[in-house]
Design a protein around this ligand. Structure first.
Ligand code: CMP
Length: 136
């Protein structure tokens, strides 16, 4: 049975400032993910804090919010068969050093903070994160 899903992807400031938008988008498309919507946006620190609020108790929260709001990002709605888990596989582990070969974070990631992309970690969070960027 088919299971078409949507998930939220972000191309983070480190990747955008290295002009990797098109390369990363091409990689997504080659891996059977459709880009249903895409927008460039520069979040304020408060907006980044709202987006990452699930991490608010973590020691890296403040730096994380400062980083996501440090420059423009690309937010995208990805669609495909089992898109949430498929995209997480294509992204690779959070820490680029631990990511598998040929994953986005292995190829482009610089560090655990500057790991080039974000992806929703579950179907429910995908809905919330898509709404965060694309509602109205
Ligand atoms: P992301 O998938 O966008 O979700 C939260 C981000 O926090 C994560 O990618 C990392 O870039 C960042 N981060 C920084 N330090 C850590 C850490 N120790 N563990 C997990 N994520 C971290």
């Amino acid at each position: 049975m088919s299971n078409t899903e949507r998930t939220l992807s972000i191309i983070k400031p480190d990747a955008l400032e290295r002009n990797l938008e098109e390369e990363i988008k091409t990689l997504l498309i080659k891996n059977n993910l459709k880009i249903k919507d895409s927008k460039k946006i520069h979040l304020s620190k408060d907006e980044a804090a709202e987006f990452y609020k699930v991490h608010q108790s973590k020691p890296f929260y403040n730096d994380l919010c400062a980083y996501l709001s440090s420059g423009p990002i690309i937010a995208m709605i990805l669609e495909g068969e089992n898109a949430v888990s498929l995209y997480r596989r294509i992204m690779g582990a959070t820490d680029p050093k631990k990511a598998e070969a040929n994953t986005i974070r292995k190829i482009y990631g610089i560090s655990i903070d500057k790991n080039s992309v974000h992806g929703s970690d579950s179907f429910d969070n995908a809905k919330k994160e898509i709404d965060f960027f694309f509602k109205n």
